[in-house]
Design a protein around this ligand. Structure first.
Ligand SMILES: Cc1cc2nc3c(=O)[nH]c(=O)nc-3n(C[C@H](O)[C@H](O)[C@H](O)COP(=O)(O)O)c2cc1C
Ligand code: SF4
Ligand code: SF4
Length: 602
């Protein structure tokens, strides 16, 4: 790593929030301890990096030279790794990733499908640098784009490059970044602001947090370039207080950049000045909406206001303001360094470049995935994601968080770009991608997101405040088996009303999960209402468990595990569920041995 004398081995251990949770810090301590005990400090260096992306296998580590990837590390593995890999030069096979079909070890990170099928731009430094050392970032070409923008380019040239790149905002709406910057640069006034939206309130999303944790300088560099483009000298990064690691690394990065003359007065002796501040949000989803975010920075309650005027004309404290998402900014230095046309060569005709997805849910490889726009959903779920957990069937992917929708199995080959995803009934949103298997109940999924929107509605306008509440009531009664004929039509009517009449994007998009599940899974709603049946067996009130006497082998497993003693039976006596006692928890269904499959769920 830059700033350190060269060592023969660099052990890059993931220090993202996910790997911290699986004890990567203890792994780091033990590795350092083993190096100290064997007096190998001249030979090996342990580096805590940002999120490597392969969160499901954590804690993970990559060892250079060679890029050997280790997974599921435990502190106890440290001794063997140092002894075998570092001292004897023999990588430890048992800790390597195994091919999911052949079971054979794949030693190198670059050969593992999860990584090899990705194209990283916003995440290009992930797992490769210590995010708390500016030298590491500079060592990989960091801040050269800012230097180029400040010393060689006019504002117009920067904006032209952004427009040529075709970069569209990654925060949800997909507005062209170059056009937004052009509006703000043409707005008159001596005071302008540049802001970064790191609020990230969508359930299932962690892209922005990971970028900030792994590569905070890329975001700062993008903001410096934006500031030069529009003529701003002050800016804010709005990040939720629930992201303590991201906040810590961001403030370290800002201090280091300031100390090296990359932020503050007279940046790189160019006469350009930019002061940045972090503003900690309290974690309200609506505060991610641009006008609410700015109101919140102004010290008031974060509520949206009508647009126009748009922030590029009248934003923070009424001054022209550019607000962009974390991932949007992280792309900017690469665009300036390599040219807009380079970026535009990736992706589809209207959606350029790459997109980061937070891949979660019932998929084997949960993690962060960056792919060129237009990559089929099937590639992301089945190849990069390694398919569905426990060999189950793919049912749908929920894209775009609470504003989004579900893409069903029959559209699995849809390209992940703004246009195709919208045509399929979902939205790209900020990149939350939740995979659902055959056991998901789509009415319940819609209820979950509506519950979220109802809770997060700021209450300023009636259609959203009351409409989300009413829609939730209808969804709740359907999932409780109290649905009535006409409920589907009522949901549709309410959905269009809330969409059309709400003030901000929260209300305007809150009905989307309902509409998209109705579009593809209407029969599930009908089964809930008409037959009092939940086809997926999720809605507790509608599920019924029974033991098939033909199949029951009286093994006693279900009886042993039933939490309310609702099963009667004895060795060699077929078991039976006492329906009056059963709380429909599904435990018996889960524990009945597969070879018997004696529990019926209807
Ligand atoms: C309810 C709501 C929540 C939002 N949350 C976020 C967020 O967490 N992060 C984000 O970048 N954009 C969010 N947005 C979109 C922002 O309003 C804005 O469009 C975006 O930050 C602009 O940056 P971009 O052009 O780089 O995408 C949200 C919008 C709405 C309506
Ligand atoms: S749409 Fe909802 S969140 Fe947005 S202003 Fe109205 S009440 Fe608030
Ligand atoms: S569903 Fe739960 S409560 Fe009912 S019989 Fe099975 S284990 Fe017991």
């Amino acid at each position: 790593m830059a700033g350190e004398p060269a060592k023969q081995y660099h052990l890059l251990v993931c220090g993202g929030t996910g790997c911290h949770a699986t004890r990567s810090l203890q792994v780091i301590d033990r590795l350092r301890e083993e190096i100290r005990l064997r007096q190998l400090a001249d030979k090996a260096l342990v580096v805590e990096t940002g999120c490597n992306g392969f969160c499901a296998q954590g804690p993970v580590m990559t060892v250079y030279p060679g890029g050997i990837f280790y997974q599921y590390l435990k502190p106890e593995d440290a001794g063997e790794i140092i002894e075998e890999h570092v001292l004897k030069g023999v990588p430890v096979e048992r800790l390597m990733y195994k091919d999911q079909v052949t079971g054979r070890a794949i030693p190198k990170m670059k050969d593992i499908p999860f990584f090899s099928l990705q194209k990283t731009i916003a995440l290009r430094h992930r797992g490769l640098i210590d995010p708390e050392k500016i030298e590491d970032y500079i060592g990989r070409g960091g801040y050269q784009a800012a230097a180029k923008a400040l010393t060689e380019m006019t504002s117009e040239e920067i904006i032209a490059e952004l427009k040529a790149s075709g970069l569209r905002g990654r925060g949800g709406a997909g507005f062209p970044t170059g056009v937004k910057w052009e509006f703000a640069s043409k707005s008159q006034g001596p005071v302008k602001y540049v802001c970064c939206n790191a609020d990230e309130g969508d359930p299932g999303a962690f892209m922005d947090r990971s970028v900030l944790e792994a590569d905070p300088h890329a975001v700062l560099e993008g903001m410096i370039i934006a500031a030069k483009a529009i003529g701003a000298h002050h800016g804010y990064i709005y990040c939720r207080a629930e992201y303590p690691l991201a906040l810590r690394r961001l403030s370290i990065a800002m201090e280091q950049a300031k100390a090296l003359g990359l932020l503050g007065e007279d940046i790189l002796c160019t006469g350009f000045r930019l002061d940045l501040e972090i503003y900690q949000g309290a974690g309200a989803f609506v505060c991610g909406e641009e006008t609410a975010l700015m109101t919140s920075i102004e010290g008031k309650r974060g509520m949206p206001r009508p647009r126009p005027p748009f922030p590029a004309q009248k934003g923070l404290w009424g001054k022209p303001t550019v607000l962009n998402n974390v991932e949007t900014y992280a792309n900017v230095p690469q665009i300036i360094a390599n040219g807009g046309l380079w970026y535009a060569s990736l992706g589809t005709e209207k959606s350029k470049g790459t997109k980061v997805f937070a891949l979660t849910g019932n998929v084997n490889n949960v993690g962060l995935v960056e792919v060129p726009m237009g990559t089929p959903l099937s590639t992301v779920v089945l190849e990069i994601g390694g398919g569905i957990k426990k060999g189950k069937k793919f049912k749908a992917a929920q894209l775009g968080g609470p504003s989004g929708g579900c893409i069903p199995a029959q559209h699995m080959d849809v390209g992940l770009d703004f246009e195709s995803v919208t045509a399929a009934g979902a939205i790209m949103g900020s990149g939350g991608l939740i995979v659902m298997d055959e056991d998901a109940c789509m009415v319940d999924v819609a209820r979950f997101f509506m519950d979220f929107c109802k809770d997060e509605s700021c209450g300023k306008c009636t259609p959203c405040r009351e409409g989300t509440r009413r829609m939730l009531q209808v969804l709740e009664r359907i999932t409780k088996g109290q649905g009535q004929q006409g409920d589907i039509e009522l949901l549709e009517e309410l959905a269009f009303f809330v969409k059309d009449a709400s003030l901000c994007g929260l209300g305007q998009t809150a009905p989307n999960p309902v509409l998209s599940t109705l579009r593809y899974f209407r029969s599930e709603y009908e089964a809930h209402i008409g037959q009092q049946r939940c086809p997926a067996g999720v809605c507790t009130a509608l599920v019924h468990y029974e033991i098939d006497p033909e199949k029951c082998k009286a093994c006693g497993m279900c009886k042993k595990k039933c939490p309310v003693d609702a099963i009667e039976g004895a060795p060699k006596v077929v078991h039976r569920i006492i329906q009056e006692k059963c709380i429909r928890c599904g435990t018996c269904y889960e524990v009945c041995p597969k070879k018997f499959s004696a529990i019926m769920r209807t």
